[in-house]
Write a protein that binds this ligand. Structure first.
Ligand code: ZN
Length: 170
């Protein structure tokens, strides 16, 4: 068991998107799940003996800690920590699909800003490329498009049109 060596200094006074609201102004910083976890005082414990071999991270409300598999891609780790933070905030005890769905939706909303989508819209409308550029997993991108995207027009609310999530490989 090892505590994350990441060093987080005094909290930056600048607003962070997704923590200090969802006001998507230019002066807000992008969401940083590691800093958010540190700010909330949640220990991130890296270990490989998680309850399920397919699991990349989990939250234990008994320990008020999250456990994250080692050696993950940065995008996978970012999304996992953002997801586990939502479980922490709600004191989730693994009660089922609604908790997972809520954690996925809020993590995606924090990690993906309409402002960044607009910037990338000049480059690509391919959601897989957008996910790569944003440093999020394709699963998180799919969640965002499913929950924040008009299914008829493909237009993200207050953002650009992006091809439907079905084009992303599972
Ligand atoms: Zn979960």
């Amino acid at each position: 068991m090892a505590i994350a060596p990441r060093c987080v200094g005094p909290r930056d006074a600048t607003r962070m998107y997704g923590v200090d609201g969802f006001d998507d102004e230019a002066d807000a910083r992008d969401y940083d799940p590691w800093e958010h976890a540190a700010g909330l005082g949640i220990p991130i414990i890296f270990r490989d003996d998680l309850p399920d071999p397919a699991m990349v991270a989990c939250y234990s409300h008994v320990h008020r800690a999250m456990f994250v598999r080692t050696g993950l891609l940065t995008s996978v780790e970012r999304c996992a920590i953002a997801h586990e933070i939502v479980h922490f905030e709600h004191g989730d005890l693994g009660a089922g699909a609604h908790e997972e769905d809520r954690a996925d939706r809020l993590a995606a909303r924090r990690l993906i800003r309409p402002r960044r989508l607009r910037e990338l819209a000049t480059v690509t409308d391919d959601p897989a490329v957008v996910a790569l550029e944003l440093g999020v997993t394709e699963r998180t991108m799919r969640t965002y498009l499913r929950t924040h995207c008009d299914t008829d027009t493909g237009r993200v609310k207050s953002g650009p049109a992006i091809r439907q999530a079905g084009t992303i490989a599972s």
